[in-house]
Write a protein that binds this ligand. Structure first.
Ligand SMILES: [Zn+2]
Length: 272
């Protein structure tokens, strides 16, 4: 019994039994998001848009009344109301920056806004603790981890790379070709970079390449990745992994041997 079970590999999978996921994050709410969203929608990709809502309706930023419609189907998340260097301001200011951003964005999109990205990429322990206390589930850094792994600390979530990195498309090709189970590709940037450098073709090529993989790669927003992984982490396995109870409201998937197995929400499933 023990032998048989230890010889059967059990791995996490993404929804639909997919072994990989792609998520994206674009900051600041620039007007060029209009073109970027159109590209993502054309190819079925999902992105999170991290918005410092104090900048809405100003300069090259989109209008507040445009947010809900433009980003429908994607995630709207926080980016600190006034976009400060948060490692240089007092805790009270950090509290205000996150809370004001959440309140404003939630009043616009009408759902709980639980994601964050650090403005200028700056963060410290105080900021991470305050974010958690204010109901933030995850926060993205600007450090390119250049890995396919899920974060150890969701409040210091290092993306894989920027779209502006020289090897962005080769990295994406490598990710698609790779055999790593349960791997994540996370790219980020600002849409105004495409307009400034007149290189929209980079994200078009990326999106087209990814669209061809939809059978094996899950396209998700940042918070969808977080919620799904949290549901996986809540699974209650028997010691020999032959039984597993899924207490969450989401179905999750496992690879058991060569088969993918759906674990319906609220149900006990036998894996053998
Ligand atoms: Zn920013």
């Amino acid at each position: 019994m023990l032998n048989a079970l230890t010889n059967v590999p059990v791995h996490y999978l993404f929804p639909g039994g997919r072994s990989k996921a792609v998520t994206l994050s674009y900051d600041d709410g620039a007007v060029d998001d209009r073109q970027l969203v159109a590209i993502f929608n054309r190819y079925g990709l999902k992105s999170t848009f991290h918005i410092n809502s104090g900048g809405l309706d100003k300069g090259n930023r989109i209008a507040a009344d445009e947010v809900k419609g433009l980003y429908a189907g994607h995630e709207v998340a926080c980016h600190f109301y006034n976009h400060p260097f948060i490692d240089r301001v007092p805790p009270a200011k950090i509290i205000h920056e996150i809370l004001a951003d959440r309140l404003k964005l939630e009043s616009i999109v009408n759902y709980p806004v639980r994601g964050l990205s650090y403005s200028m990429g700056m963060h410290n322990q105080t900021a991470r603790e305050i974010a958690a206390m204010l109901g933030i589930a995850y926060s993205r850094t600007t450090f390119s981890g250049r890995q396919w792994t899920l974060p150890e600390n969701w409040l210091a979530w290092n993306p894989t790379c920027r779209h502006a990195d020289d090897d962005f498309l080769p990295m994406a090709e490598k990710f698609i070709a790779g055999k790593h189970p349960f791997s994540l590709f996370y790219a980020w940037g600002h849409s105004f970079e495409f307009e400034r450098l007149n290189n929209w073709k980079i994200i078009e090529s990326f999106s087209e390449m990814m669209q061809a993989t939809t059978a094996s790669i899950w396209f998700a927003t940042n918070i969808e990745i977080f919620d799904y992984v949290e549901a996986l982490q809540r699974l209650r396995f028997s010691a020999d992994c032959s039984m597993v109870f899924n207490p969450s409201v989401l179905s999750v998937w496992l690879e058991v041997g060569d088969n993918s197995l759906e674990l319906p929400a609220g149900k006990l499933t036998c894996t053998n």
